[in-house]
Design a protein around this ligand. Structure first.
Ligand code: ATP
Length: 238
């Protein structure tokens, strides 16, 4: 289990997160929903180690990881797919993917990297056809798929997906949520940070609502979806 306990974090003198606690159990999909600027990315960065905690602790299967570097956390299976894709536009699709493998495995073994690419691309057949092309040639949706595929290259146990549906056309948004369900079925535990509350709740087991850096609600996703009050407040009353 991945456990975040009373974490406070921020930038410079600004404290953005105030004593946030959450858990992601083995095999779970957990949604972290909240408006633009609520602090979702800050929380995800705190878990992957891109941001140092001011207070609190993070444990993986009971062992503290908050003192570890991002790379050490990656080696323990905590993989962060950042908001905004951040693929290397000038490198080929295959090179982008290989970077995901090298992040964990020093191995220069090309066969190993090729096997990882084949496995990651089982979820994204469209990428297989374009391995030699610059990543910058891909559409926004395909770049998002590439960012997730690159994350899969390091064989995550806990996948932190930061706003994977942001900026995608509605059809691709639905495809992204279907992919999350498939990844979960393959045994990967997922923390899904999203503004798209309705679809995140539909695909997740449990959810946390983040408002102004505080967790203000947590529960089973279905219960949150079914609750009238909550629907009014977080789902635009729709
Ligand atoms: P978004 O969907 O916009 O990413 P979010 O819920 O992920 O929203 P964060 O990106 O975590 O929110 O931002 C939370 C707060 O922290 C905002 O007030 C934002 O301005 C601030 N913030 C984010 N990144 C930085 C940074 N690098 N330096 C200073 N302040 C930052």
């Amino acid at each position: 289990m991945l456990e975040v306990r009373e974490v406070s974090a921020g930038y410079g003198s600004d404290v953005v997160l105030h004593e946030c606690s959450l858990t992601v159990g083995a095999g779970e999909v957990v949604a972290l929903i909240g408006a633009n600027g609520a602090g979702k990315s800050t929380l995800v960065k705190s878990i992957s180690g891109l941001l140092t905690l001011r207070r609190g602790e993070i444990t993986l299967d009971g062992t503290r990881v908050d003192g570890l570097t991002p790379r050490e956390r990656l080696e323990r299976g905590i993989v962060h797919v950042p908001e905004g894709r951040q693929v290397f536009a000038g490198l080929s699709v295959a090179e982008n993917l290989a970077l995901g493998a090298h992040a964990v495995h020093e191995s220069r073994d090309r066969g190993f990297v090729e096997r990882c690419i084949a496995q990651s691309c089982e979820y994204f057949p469209a990428l297989l056809d374009r391995l030699g092309e610059p990543a910058g040639n891909l559409s926004g949706g395909q770049q998002q798929m590439l960012a997730i595929a690159r994350g899969l290259m390091s064989r995550p146990r806990y996948l932190l997906l930061d706003e994977p549906s942001l900026g995608l056309a509605p059809l691709l948004v639905s495809e992204t949520f279907r992919l999350i369900a498939r990844l979960s079925q393959s045994g990967i535990s997922i923390l899904l940070s999203e503004q798209n509350a309705r679809q995140s709740l539909a695909v997740s087991d449990r959810a946390y609502v983040l408002e102004l850096g505080r967790i203000t609600l947590e529960g089973r996703s279905k219960a949150i979806l079914d609750s009238g009050d909550v629907s009014e407040k977080y789902l635009g009353g729709s």
